[in-house]
Design a binder for this molecule. Structure first.
Ligand code: GRF
Length: 192
């Protein structure tokens, strides 16, 4: 399944997906990485891994719709059949989401349906939760509200900070996302 990855920054989840997909038996092939930020560190990492990259800078478009049309065209030119958001920090409109329905997934750093949106770790700490985690989920019109594909958790200890939790969760994200992509790619293969 031809898969594109959308990033905005560091791109460590993107690297994990690319590396997993390099295995011959993996059911997805990464056809490109698109960033909405020209300076995203992930772009160089993708280039080092010999993956085609593109920048669709949202600042060059007057409206969210115009930006998304350009993003959509870029995905079509890469022949993407599936899209993974990996630290992609733009909210997508119903137009974009419906065009990629059942072909668009995201990783979110909480145990959804808890803590949609930003500052998830601080919110989990403030709530006194004993654990938090990450979720790979289908992207739907409502932010972070689509069905969960896979989830994994970490324990919150009394001295935890949001930064410590994020650092401890990252390797769990990096192992979860490729598993979820594999699962979804197999589902898509069996659709036809
Ligand atoms: C990850 O923690 C992801 O869950 C969140 O943003 C971070 C992206 O990190 N949505 P990276 O760009 O993959 O390194």
């Amino acid at each position: 399944v031809k898969t594109a990855i959308l990033i905005s920054g560091r791109g460590s989840n993107m690297v994990a997906l690319v590396e997993a997909a390099q295995l011959e038996t993996f059911p997805a092939e990464i056809v490109g990485v698109i960033s909405n930020r020209p300076g995203a560190a992930g772009l160089e990492k993708a280039q080092a891994l010999k993956v085609p990259t593109a920048v669709v800078d949202h600042k060059n478009y007057k409206t969210r719709e115009a930006f998304e049309h350009a993003l959509h065209e870029q995905l079509l030119s890469m022949e993407a059949e599936l899209v993974c958001c990996a630290g992609f920090m733009r909210i997508l409109t119903p137009w974009f989401v419906s065009n990629w329905q059942d072909r668009l997934i995201n990783i979110h750093p909480s145990l959804l349906p808890k803590y949609k949106g930003l500052n998830t770790h601080q919110r989990a700490i403030d709530a006194g939760d004993s654990e938090t985690g990450c979720s790979v989920h289908w992207v739907t019109e409502d932010l972070d509200a689509g069905a969960v594909i896979l989830q994994d958790s970490v324990t919150i200890s009394p001295n935890d900070t949001a930064d410590l939790l994020a650092a401890r969760l990252l390797p769990i994200e990096l192992s979860l996302y490729p598993k979820a992509l594999s699962k979804v790619a197999k589902q898509i293969q069996s659709r036809v």
